[in-house]
Design a protein around this ligand. Structure first.
Ligand code: DCP
Ligand code: MG
Ligand code: MN
Length: 322
């Protein structure tokens, strides 16, 4: 009854409540299916369950159900690339309980479809050394395009953890400035790089980027990559950043997300504003906290100088696992 309450099966809850009351009123123990069938409200299914509990002390159906309890299903669904808490809840309320249910949703996006087809791959942690191998493939392709390009491994890898959820990379080039300020060469770098790596069979699918739209699609590419000898599709995120903003980008893309939140809050407390493009002062906001003016740049290129300008001591990436 408790289980059916949890999943909001009102009619079954009623049925179980009546059956429980009936059992409470019995003067003689009810031990078998045959006994139970004589009672009001006991059909074959319920009577079978009663006998199973008497004989074995447990109920298989309930053990199975626990596997698809609400929290477990929501967790499963949120493990699909492109499915957040809101979508998971919406699908759950529509009766989605497993990946096959999710697969046939008419509103499934192409990205979510990949997320389901590669569910196991994407949810398998990546050993550090494999992350480094993916990096090498991207780095040498980048060098072939332009020997001046520089690549960095970011995210949990830079924080020194042993296995990573995905592969986060930054590609930049000395001397480049913000794309809005007229520097277009980096835009083409990402385009060229991802096209080449896809042709090589290393990149398997684009989940966000130039051909998928999105507001930062010039500088961001999300997708999947695979090493032939390992055969597992890995989530890979590539950011192209201008040299002038490298420090702020390194800071942002190293994380972790909680560390980012607290360092940004610290910046606000000191009358500044920090994002992946830089540390700014004299930011002007309206009463809804919406930025009206992005302020004056304090520092963007040098990660250490951003710490200094914030008045805090330098933290090694491995000290940013909060
Ligand atoms: N990031 C953030 N806020 C988010 C998502 C990301 O500040 N909502 C930043 C901090 C993260 C970095 O981007 O450390 C990389 O994002 P990932 O989602 O790849 O997270 P991690 O690399 O830290 O962990 P994982 O090993 O799970 O990939
Ligand atoms: Mg990561
Ligand atoms: Mn990532």
């Amino acid at each position: 009854m408790e289980y059916y309450k949890q999943i909001n099966e009102i009619w079954r809850v009623q049925g179980y409540r009546k059956a429980i009351n009936t059992l409470r009123q019995q003067k003689q123990p009810v031990r078998t299916k045959q006994d139970a069938l004589k009672l009001p409200g006991f059909g074959h299914q319920l009577s079978d369950k009663l006998e199973e509990i008497v004989k074995t002390g447990k109920l298989t159906r309930l053990i199975e159900s626990k596997k698809d309890s609400r929290a477990a299903v929501l967790g499963l669904l949120e493990g699909i690339f492109g499915v957040g808490p809101n979508t998971a809840r919406e699908w759950y309320n529509d009766g989605v309980r497993n990946l096959s249910n999710a697969r046939v949703r008419p509103d499934l996006t192409p990205q979510q479809r990949v997320g389901i087809d590669r569910y196991h791959d994407f949810n398998t942690r990546i050993p550090r050394n494999e992350v480094a191998q993916h990096f090498s493939v991207v780095e040498s392709a980048a060098r072939n395009i332009d020997s001046g390009l520089r690549c960095f491994i970011m995210g949990s890898y830079r924080r020194g953890v042993q296995t990573c959820g995905d592969i986060d990379l930054i590609v930049t080039k000395p001397g480049t400035k913000r794309i809005e300020e007229g520097e277009k060469s980096l835009m083409w770098v990402l385009q060229k790089l991802t096209t080449q790596l896809t042709a090589m069979g290393f990149l398997k699918v684009c989940l966000l980027g130039k051909d998928k739209g999105g507001k930062d699609s010039n500088s961001k590419w999300y997708g999947a990559s695979m090493l032939e000898d390992i055969g597992i599709w890995r989530r890979i995120d590539i950011l192209i950043v201008p040299w002038s903003e490298l420090g702020a980008s390194l800071l942002y893309f190293t994380g972790n997300d909680l560390f980012n939140r607290s360092i940004r809050m610290l910046a606000v407390k000191k009358g500044m504003s920090l994002n992946q493009h830089g540390l700014f002062k004299d930011v002007i906001r309206d009463k809804n906290w919406k930025k009206i003016h992005r302020g004056t740049l304090v520092e963007a290129h040098d990660e250490r100088k951003i710490f200094e300008a914030l008045g805090i001591k330098w933290l090694e990436p491995k000290e940013r696992n909060v």
